[in-house]
Design a protein around this ligand. Structure first.
Ligand code: ATP
Ligand code: MG
Length: 284
């Protein structure tokens, strides 16, 4: 029994998806870029597919879970469940118009023709706003649609905006934001659910680790109480006597978010020789 995971065969998500599995200790050997590969040390089988097809495969149970952009999940609208956001491949889905046009708000789009590869997401958006638009579905290179006279505006993925600029367009509305997600079929058999739970546990440990650092420092004994408060750690910091009388070594865990703030406070409280090292896995 193995859990079948669908990932993108080649594209923006492929490397990160394999990387995520590798961080969870899952080694996949796919030297020849086959359609399927089995992990050596964990009961999973990886299917390499086009991202567009992943929701359908997962809905039908050909794959048990899949990794893809949330934008494709919305667009395909299949019966699948988003189990976890993965924090990579972040992008916006935006409306853009020729840069010399005067933008007057969403009403601008009334009666306009908009080219996109995401017709369902766009249709739903304008329907909710009660605005009538003509949607022109195209497979790719959406950004050239206005330049060649196919449409008045486009709706597409935007990350830095440089592609828009190069094509004489400006972003005028961010319709939604997307990132890579893990999806599963609506109900997995118990043994597969157990494998998925193990995988999710490992993902969480990896994520926690990336959000935290291990910190070691020396401090005069008189400062230990103040520093303890700044570094609560996972349970409590480790405090060890230094070989020099009157000094202690303090070990703890510090969050990435308030990192510099805390370092400043530690220095003010007499901390010296501060070392900060990455954590590979963190289990609470
Ligand atoms: P496939 O051949 O598998 O259908 P694709 O061409 O549809 O590939 P990619 O361009 O590899 O897809 O993008 C995959 C996903 O990466 C997108 O659906 C989106 O979620 C995300 N993404 C993040 N930033 C960008 C970007 N700048 N352009 C396109 N996609 C992006
Ligand atoms: Mg695709």
């Amino acid at each position: 029994m193995s859990l079948k995971i669908a990932i993108q065969k080649s594209g923006r998500l492929s490397e990160k998806s394999l990387g995520l599995l590798a961080e969870c200790g899952i080694k996949i050997n796919n030297g020849d870029r086959k359609l399927k590969a089995e992990a050596k040390n964990f009961p999973v089988e990886v299917l390499f597919l086009r991202d567009d097809d992943i929701p359908q495969y997962v809905e039908q149970g050909v794959a048990d879970i899949g990794i893809l952009g949330e934008n494709e999940v919305w667009e395909k609208d299949k019966k699948v469940t988003v189990v976890r956001k993965l924090g990579f491949a972040s992008c916006k889905l935006s409306l853009a118009i020729p840069k010399d046009e005067k933008y007057t708000g969403l009403g601008y789009f009334e009666g306009k023709k908009i080219a996109t590869s995401y017709p369902k997401i766009l249709e739903k958006f304008f329907k909710e706003k009660n605005i009538n638009v003509i949607i022109e579905e195209i497979g790719g290179s959406v950004e050239i649609a206005t330049g060649i006279g196919l449409a008045d505006a486009i709706f597409d993925i935007v990350s830095s905006g440089s592609t828009l600029l190069m094509n004489g367009l400006k972003e005028v509305e961010v319709v939604t934001k997307s990132e890579a997600v893990l999806i599963s079929g609506q109900s997995l058999p118990k043994d597969k659910q157990e494998i998925l739970d193990k995988l999710l546990f490992r993902m969480e440990a990896t994520k926690k680790a990336s959000e935290n650092k291990y910190i070691l420092l020396n401090a005069p004994n008189a400062s230990v109480d103040a520093i303890r408060k700044l570094l609560p750690g996972m349970k409590a910091p480790t405090i060890l006597p230094l070989a020099d009388e009157g000094w202690s070594s303090i070990h703890s865990v510090i969050g990435e978010d308030d990192f510099w703030e805390v370092i400043d406070q530690l220095k003010k409280n007499g901390a010296q020789g501060i070392l900060v090292v990455p954590i590979e896995k963190m289990i609470l």
